[in-house]
Design a protein around this ligand. Structure first.
Ligand SMILES: Nc1nc(=O)c2c([nH]1)NC[C@@H]1CN(c3ccc(C(=O)N[C@@H](CCC(=O)O)C(=O)O)cc3)CN21
Ligand SMILES: CC(C)C(=O)C(=O)O
Ligand SMILES: [Mg+2]
Length: 263
């Protein structure tokens, strides 16, 4: 696989080739995912839930993400690696500049931040200072206590219009990638069409430029509630490498996610 850069991801969007992303937290899985053709690896703050058994992502620290980013980078030296910025690690431009240092030094190629309007100056400052940014809109799990649960976002006309505006503003501020989580497929389509940067969906239908899943959901080993948008590929393949390869194929040919995984 050719080395993935933001330029390559951009070209994939233009050519209509779907981008695959999986969360990864350790070297062994990172290596296996890269070998199966997964283009981008995310050290998600979901690790607080799937690795530490919490009900939300709020207890995860920058050091936690840096530790797992080092592991992923060691296993997949050529992968395109995105590190989640944890809850409250990016409350000001200055704090954000401090927080990204261990993440980039651990081997991340990009950092991901949850939110819209209030992040624009931060996204601009990061980009100017050499840190590529991935936005994250829709169901932003760090705001679970505001949402009152992991619920579909952007269902009203007003919420949808606001999300479209925020997506464009993030792109204008310099974001080079955007994750949309748990929103109606029709809204995901509008945002994907409105942006020039690639849009990666999770629970956002098969209309985005790519897909991301939490690896434990794909392998059917998450404890607790499994989101409707996830799919257990291990159940249908019986072997981890085949499960990853099936996920990649189904994203590429747009059979995943199906209507049963979408809102
Ligand atoms: N294992 C795991 N998978 C994930 O996708 C994931 C995490 N953990 N942790 C961080 C966030 C939290 N996420 C979640 C968790 C639950 C739902 C969920 O239960 N959604 C309902 C939608 C309910 C509605 O209709 O509003 C669903 O039925 O899927 C969604 C996203 C996504 N991320
Ligand atoms: C679900 C993805 C997008 C994420 O942010 C995570 O794994 O933390
Ligand atoms: Mg996350």
């Amino acid at each position: 696989m050719a080395k993935i850069t933001t330029a390559v991801l951009q070209k994939m969007k233009l050519q209509g080739e779907k981008i695959t992303m999986l969360t990864a937290y350790d070297a062994s899985f990172a290596k296996l995912f890269a070998e199966q053709g997964v283009e981008t690896l995310l050290i998600g703050d979901s690790l607080g839930m799937v690795l530490h058994g919490k009900n939300d992502t709020l207890a995860v620290t920058t050091n936690d993400i840096a530790y797992h980013t080092r592991a992923v980078r060691a296993g997949a030296p050529d992968a395109f690696v995105i590190a989640d910025m944890p809850f409250m690690s990016y409350t000001s431009v200055e704090q954000t500049m401090q927080s990204v240092v261990p993440l980039m030094q651990a081997g991340a190629n990009m950092v991901k931040l949850e939110g819209g309007e209030f992040l624009l100056a931060t996204v601009k400052a990061l980009t100017e200072r050499g840190v590529p940014v991935c936005g994250h809109l829709g169901l932003t799990p760090q705001s679970v206590n505001i949402f009152g649960g992991y619920k579909v976002q952007g269902k009203t006309d007003a919420a949808a219009a606001a999300m479209i505006a925020q997506a464009k503003a993030l792109q204008d501020a310099g974001a080079q990638l955007l994750v949309l989580e748990c929103i109606p497929t029709a809204l995901a389509k509008q945002i994907t069409d409105a942006l020039t940067i690639p849009v990666i969906g999770i629970g956002a239908g098969n209309v985005t430029d790519g897909q991301v899943l939490v690896m434990h959901d794909l392998l059917g080993i998450s404890s607790g509630y499994i989101p409707k948008f996830s799919k257990n590929y291990l159940a249908q393949t019986g072997e981890i490498r085949s499960a990853i390869s099936a996920y990649v194929s189904e994203v590429k040919n747009q059979t995943f996610p199906g209507n049963e995984h979408s809102f």
